[in-house]
Design a protein around this ligand. Structure first.
Ligand code: ATP
Length: 362
């Protein structure tokens, strides 16, 4: 029997609905498997915590996470607290504090999902976007002076280090190598940004020599958006900077049918610290508290969490249950044009896991 310590951080908005649903699915897969156990600890950090304590999470919060095997996260964002406080005070604090430098975002059109690209067959879109998650445009370096005066000046300095670029590119090449097509597209903007982006190109060429079996190409980020829409089949694994990949992965999620489906992992590839898994959507205040949130993005994040723990069989079973459920339009939530609620989808995934188990036992 393997026991894993899991931290759950629902955060804000619909995070409080989808993370408990994710936990139910993890308990269902564990109980039907028999050789797997999870010990959960829940952390009530986020907007409500900020209103009580003046911070999104406690100063020593990272210490409480370090001993965990993985983290399941919901969302950070509150209608009454500025976004830079909610983001930097919780999600980025964890990602940077635990050096989760690789953000991995798989995108596929799941069975039963009607994507917006009419000329794209489901098998034409099967990507993993790797986002640099620790520096670049979101390194937090910069400042504001003379606030409110006409001479006010503000900077956000994008920091790219050779170590940072090299490690994310190596991670991306390795991931591309592990996928059937062994293909990587390195995205930059090295025509207009002539320092750090040129360094990305140079480091990419250097790291590529370690992976002779991976076919790789380069694309500028603006051209990449058009290629994603017009020639999705020509892409497989994609690596880009913090900002570029942030934007491209929202586009990818929309092209795959809904923001409510897409998962992500914030990974420490060296496994010094726990990695954190979360749906890519935000707090979605417009549907919060209504029971309408699509939990599939969280369930797919659970699949990534299980894969990261080395529980490949459990991961495959949860993914099969998700795909069986998305294939049934009666189980589509409103973002997919259906009427089902979070609970309906969660129950259906658990029922599928239990059925599979019963079939195996028979
Ligand atoms: P944040 O500021 O925290 O990123 P947001 O509301 O600006 O939050 P999202 O939460 O990403 O942005 O939501 C964008 C839109 O997509 C909203 O209309 C929301 O209702 C919808 N949406 C996002 N996630 C889901 C989901 N899991 N289920 C259903 N609809 C969703």
């Amino acid at each position: 029997m393997k026991t894993y310590k899991i931290a759950t951080i629902p955060g804000d908005g619909i995070g409080k609905e989808v993370v408990p649903a994710g936990r139910i699915v993890m308990e269902a897969v564990a109980s039907s498997q028999g050789d797997l156990r999870f010990e959960f600890e829940n952390f009530d950090w986020g907007g409500d915590y900020y209103r009580q304590h003046g911070v999104m999470m406690p100063e020593d919060g990272l210490d409480a996470l370090r001993g965990k095997d993985a983290i399941l996260f919901g969302s950070a964002g509150d209608a009454n607290i500025p976004d830079h406080i909610t983001l930097w005070g919780l999600r980025l604090k964890i990602c940077q504090g635990l050096d989760q430098y690789a953000n991995v975002r798989p995108t596929r059109i799941l069975p039963g999902i009607d994507g917006p690209l009419k000329r794209c067959a489901p098998e034409d879109l099967d990507w993993v976007i790797v986002r640099e998650n620790s520096e670049g445009e979101y390194s937090g370096v910069g400042g504001r002076v003379h606030q409110g005066h006409p001479i006010e000046a503000a900077t956000d300095v994008s920091i790219m280090t050779r170590v940072g670029v090299e490690r994310i590119l190596r991670f991306a090449f390795r991931l591309a190598q592990s996928r059937p097509r062994k293909q990587l597209t390195v995205i930059t903007k090295s025509n207009a940004q002539r320092h750090a982006m040129v360094m990305w190109d140079e480091v990419a060429a250097q790291v590529a020599r370690e992976f002779p079996d991976v076919a790789w190409d380069k694309e500028l980020v603006d051209a990449a958006t058009a290629r994603m829409v017009n020639r999705p089949r020509t892409l497989d694994t994609i690596v880009a900077t913090n900002l570029h990949a942030d934007i491209l992965s929202d586009l990818a999620a929309a092209l795959a049918g809904s923001l409510g489906i897409a998962p992500t992992g914030n990974i420490d590839p060296e496994r010094r610290y726990p990695s954190m898994f979360e749906p890519i959507h935000g707090s979605a205040f417009d549907i919060m508290g209504k029971g309408w949130a699509n939990p599939v993005g969280t369930f797919w994040s659970v699949v990534m969490l299980l894969e990261h723990l080395g529980e490949a069989a459990a991961a495959r079973r949860v993914m099969a249950a998700i795909e069986a459920v998305t294939a049934d339009p009666a189980l589509h939530t409103r973002d997919l044009g259906g009427q089902a609620g979070t609970d309906d989808v969660t129950r259906a995934v658990c029922a599928h896991l239990a059925r599979h188990d019963a079939a195996r036992a028979a």
